[in-house]
Design a protein around this ligand. Structure first.
Ligand code: ADP
Ligand code: ZN
Ligand code: ZN
Length: 753
């Protein structure tokens, strides 16, 4: 860690519990200790009126005192016990603060767990009461009666005698009424135990070990050979869903655990399925712990405590699990590495992938990234040799990749079809409804920012200076959020003259209405932000669909992740363009990922699947390559575009978001900040020439909750140049003591503002 030697003052926290981290005390650093003091180090300081000797942690350094210097006391000595777990955590927090921009307090809050008392909790479990043979007989009855939820419970119970109640409810989407019914039938018993701590007790038979393929062996051996030779690399495993990546993670972790090391496994919560969890439990038993949003603060804190005490070897969880303080970390796995949820949306806006790599290098651990559709960043670094790339072949087992049809919506209109369903989609839907199979209809509307296109020719209103679509504002203006260009919205399409120039506004609700009209009697479930206010309602909808209470599930992107519905044999993407025309340089990447994932939802069972992608731009490379399930083809075109435009990962990008109560203040501050950046450019001739400034301009959502938003972008090939600029801007704002205004920094943003 590079520390500026000019820094003469240290912020010290005496009691490193969460409630106190916002109250550090500033001390002078004596000359002779200046080399030995950096964030994370334990120091002796005189404290309080009597100047009693206390031990504290250095959390921050600065070169100007916050109080009159003569009032500051001096650090006495550095504690000689070496780096502690808390010390490492403070180092991570300090890195987050520097690298992403935030206060030290916010960074510490991100890294350190909230200290919470744990209440004695009750945990329910489900215990099998009859023999597997008898259970099988019951299962046959249930299959006949099409009681799918019961069938799923029974299948799980045939494998495991005891199962956690919550796991069944949430991950298998089993309603509690189903469990009660089975209890009445005498198949199982619902028990309550006081010890919440072991979510799973596996009394069932041993895990069925698979014979690893040569490719899987090769990856596991490769990672571990490097590790034993002291090389802590980053590895990218590229393989479609079902290609055996999880089996690779299990293999690597098992060997790490064998060497007395621990593992952190990051999986986006929405993608963490029951089956996956169970595989980890079977392999590592009670030495596994899971963090998710249903845990209370006390439970979360307890997981952290257990990790620190060496009571567990493996932790599975979303982004925040990254900060689990293991004493001897061996590997961090980041599954579904491309997921947007790995980027924090509040300050510090860190990316879990980059942070994992930093934590791993601090602790001499390895990082294994996995994805079916790697982020352009990760694949680029792998191609450059910064990460080692492993390519996996197709799916394990029999289920083939689905057949994909791309439908040109312009053709549909020409043929007089004004329905939201193309003729091909309608034909396939009718077949499925006849056959009693299920359908998912997907509308990727997220981030929809009012792009305007022509329904007759597909022409999209774009900025003449940038490769982004213009956004329609309520006053009838079309505005570019990258350069500020604007024009009045024309009445007719400038390309073909038609009057069908309009913003695409169809939502899931309209689709549901259209379904009832065009397919009388069809049973529809809808899932979007409106219908899933709570986690419970989300699970409820999924559970109802899994239990075949509906023929069609309509939803936004939340329906395409993770969940397996074996009876779904048709997936329709209603308007692939919606995510394509966001004014965002990642729109193509996100569209490709979403379409590939959506396609992967069809035909997961024994029946083959089909996919219909409806679009106005069937020739767009994201759509063409998604339809062909061709990642490399997509990557080549995408990286060429990023290269041309100097977008990440070719260069780095810093977004500075100014949030203000008064609009004029926002314009003024973003203008002043631009001046500072320009001055920096002049003062750093060499690095300055390579800096590109875009804006400042109003953000695409210019006001949220009556707060005005202004945005300034910068691009530079050197990340640290952007950090240096951020540091100057932070200093400026600190001196200015902003009122009714705040500033946020976002490096390599995953969404533009
Ligand atoms: P991914 O994580 O890439 O989606 P998984 O590791 O979950 O893939 O594997 C998909 C399925 O294939 C799982 O049911 C897994 O048990 C099985 N599988 C994986 N590797 C093998 C193997 N070498 N032999 C047999 N089955 C395997
Ligand atoms: Zn037109
Ligand atoms: Zn523009």
């Amino acid at each position: 860690m590079v520390i500026d030697m000019a820094e003469r003052y240290a912020d010290v926290i005496i009691d490193i519990s969460h409630e106190k981290v916002d109250r550090p005390f500033q001390y002078k650093i004596p000359e002779e200790l200046s080399q030995a003091i950096f964030p994370g180090v334990r120091v002796h300081v005189p404290f309080g009126k009597g100047n009693t000797d206390r031990i504290g942690y250095v959390v921050d350094l600065s070169d100007c005192p916050d109080y009159p210097v003569e009032k500051l006391k001096t650090i006495t000595a550095v504690d000689d016990k070496g780096m502690t777990v808390e010390g490492s955590q403070i180092q991570v927090a300090y890195w987050l603060k520097r690298q992403y921009g935030s206060t030290m307090f916010a960074a510490l809050k991100t890294v350190l767990p909230a200290k919470q008392k744990l209440r004695q909790l009750e945990r329910k479990k489900v215990v099998r009461c009859i023999s597997p043979k008898m259970l099988e007989a019951v299962q046959q009855q249930c299959i006949k009666k099409r009681q799918v939820a019961k069938v799923r419970v029974i299948e799980a119970l045939m494998e495991e005698e005891v199962l956690p109640y919550e796991l069944l409810r949430q991950k298998l989407n089993v309603p509690s009424s189903t469990l009660q019914a089975l209890e009445k039938q005498g198949c199982l018993r619902i028990e309550t135990e006081n010890l919440y701590r072991n979510p799973v007790k596996l009394t069932g038979q041993e895990e069925k070990r698979v014979r690893l393929s040569d490719a899987q062996r090769g990856i596991i051996d490769g990672v571990l050979r490097d590790y034993r030779e002291g090389q802590n690399g980053t590895y990218l495993v590229h393989g479609v869903t079902g290609s055996g990546k999880t089996e690779v993670y299990l293999g690597i972790i098992e060997q790490m655990v064998g060497m007395g090391k621990q593992a952190i496994v990051l999986i986006p919560e929405i993608a963490l399925t029951y089956q996956t969890l169970l595989r980890f439990y079977k392999r590592f038993g009670e030495r596994v712990s899971v963090i998710n949003s249903t845990l209370s603060k006390g439970e979360k804190y307890d997981q952290v405590r257990r990790a620190k005490n060496g009571e567990i070897d493996v932790i599975i969880g979303p982004r925040s699990a990254l900060f689990t303080p293991f004493p001897n970390l061996g590997v961090i796995v980041v599954d579904e590495e491309h997921e947007g949820s790995y980027k924090s949306e509040s300050m510090p806006k860190y990316h879990a992938r980059e942070t994992a790599i930093m934590i791993a290098s601090m602790q001499h651990a390895s990082v294994v990234l996995g994805s079916a559709t790697p982020s352009v960043e990760a694949y680029y670094r792998a191609r450059k040799g910064e990460y080692r790339l492993f390519e996996m072949a197709g799916r394990h087992g029999s289920s083939a990749l689905p057949k994909v049809y791309t439908v040109d919506l312009r053709e549909e209109l020409k043929q007089g079809n004004r329905s939201v369903f193309s003729r091909k989609l309608r034909e396939l839907m009718e077949q499925r409804l006849q056959a009693g199979e299920q359908i998912m209809l997907f509308l990727n509307r997220r981030g929809y920012a009012g792009f305007v296109s022509c329904r007759a020719c597909g022409h999209v209103m774009k900025c003449p200076h940038c490769d982004v679509s213009l956004s329609e504002h309520r006053n009838g203006m079309l505005i570019c959020h990258y350069c500020g260009y604007e024009e009045r919205r024309p009445a007719n399409c400038p390309e073909c003259g038609s009057k069908y120039l309009m913003g695409f506004k169809a939502g899931t609700e309209q689709i549901e209405t259209a379904l009832h009209k065009e397919f009388p009697g069809v049973r529809v479930l809808r899932m979007d932000a409106d219908t899933t206010g709570t986690k419970e309602s989300y699970e409820k909808i999924l559970s109802a669909f899994a239990n075949e209470k509906a023929d069609i599930l309509v939803g936004t992107q939340m329906i395409v992740k993770g969940h397996d519905f074996p009876n779904v044999t048709l997936v329709g993407v209603l308007a692939a363009d919606l995510s394509l025309n966001q004014n965002d340089y990642r729109a193509g990447e996100r569209t490709f990922q979403l379409l590939t994932q959506a396609a992967g939802r069809a035909g997961r069972g024994d029946k083959p699947g089909e996919v219909v992608i409806q679009t106005y731009q069937p020739e767009h490379y994201s759509i063409v390559h998604a339809a062909n399930q061709d990642y490399i083809g997509f990557y080549e075109e995408e990286i060429a575009y990023r290269d041309l435009m100097r977008y990440p990962p070719i260069e780095h990008m810093l977004a500075v978001l100014v949030i203000s109560r008064v609009q004029e203040d926002g314009m003024a501050l973003s203008g002043e900040m631009t001046n500072i950046v320009n001055r920096w450019r002049v003062n750093h001739a060499d690095a300055g020439r390579k800096l590109q400034i875009i804006g400042p301009t109003e953000a695409s959502v210019g006001r949220i909750n009556d707060w005005y938003r202004h945005i300034l972008y910068m691009k530079h090939e050197d990340y640290q140049a952007l950090v240096a600029i951020k540091d100057e801007l932070e200093l400026y704002c600190k001196d200015k003591e902003l009122k009714n205004q705040s500033v946020q920094y976002d490096f390599d943003p995953v969404h533009t503002y």
